[in-house]
Design a protein around this ligand. Sequence first.
Ligand SMILES: [Zn+2]
Length: 425
Amino acid sequence: MQVQRLSLPSYTLSPPNVSLSQQLSTKLLRLNPSSKSGFCSSLKRVSKSPTGLRTHGKFVAVTCGVAQEEDTDDGFYMRRCVVLARTAIGCTSPNPMVGCVIVKDGKVVGEGFHPKAGQPHAEVFALRDAGDLAENATAYVSLEPCNHYGRTPPCSEALIKAKVKRVVVGMVDPNPIVASRGLDRLRDAGIDVATCVEEELCKRLNEAYIHSMLTGNPFVTIRYSISVNGRFLDQLGEGAAKSGGYYSQLLQEYDAVILSPSSIMENVSIPASKEAGANQPLRIIIARNISSPIKISALTMEPTDKLMVFADKETSVELERAQTGIETVVFDQIRLSAILEYCNSQGMCSVLFDLKGNVSDFEEFLQDGIEQNLLQKIVVEVLPLWDENDVGNFPVALKDLSKKLKVENLQPKISNESVVLEGYL
Ligand SMILES: [Zn+2]
């Protein structure tokens, strides 16, 4: 059985009303994740005009407060932007993932995405790819073009200079230094602007970026495994950690992953995404209220891997042998909020709280997280096991919580023999 991606509904990758050749073009891109330069020109020629894709007809989008007619072709190209944007998954923080497609006379003439912070934005790559063909074309961008001088010049000016006729935007940028100014600048220059096309999809793509921009905290997801009788399990289902598995994909997607010390002490390797070209997350070990020193065995780590041990004053950390890539930070008092603050200061937008090992290591963090609304998403793997184990104390750890949480938009996915539930807190 094939494992599905967790983070986006599957229809975004293969829209039901898209022809086989269009689906192939999407798949080609996914199979070529090593191409992270921001250009996708080798693939764009496969992409065809979606002429005839009018099953939804025309409809009115009012989500941005301005009612406007939206063409279904716009939706098609916007979904393509999202696919392009996802090529850089896990690489763009603190920036968002953005994709851009330039379309002229029903043909894709340029494509691009933002590969990582400090590099040009998606619009710049797509305009370069289109060259002179950008004149009088329509530019599709999954996020509002920027209008400020950051590390790169404003994309609004690049679009104006390229003389595009129309700009279609997936969502307005929540970043207060952008916040509709990009759209205003384009309109002032006489460009026809449409907004909020496939807005929900574009928001989902950058849920972590949006959350961190609006709250100043990283987007936090908790993940754990349970048996069918509701017991906590310290294991992953078959294939979950392999390439294409849901766990491997989660690790690729997040900027940092919080792990229990027991999950590291008993293992010789640290969890890593097996996706091709994955940018590995920062691994964070929480060590607190532990009287004996934490011993970390000689870990198998790649040269670029980074592991941080967040310890309180009472806890000392012993490495079995000197290793590069391992750093210890001592806090007076470790709280989840302090860790998230640290991650935010390092430009991280998303943190995966991975409940493996001894769950009691996390008890207070979970309570803090729930009581202070620091947790946004939940990913639960239900394994095909009936298990009466002793580590099944997960519900006990949280039994004193007075708060009842509602999980919204709970969606099941199949991962080999397991069911993976994903929802929002
Ligand atoms: Zn820009």
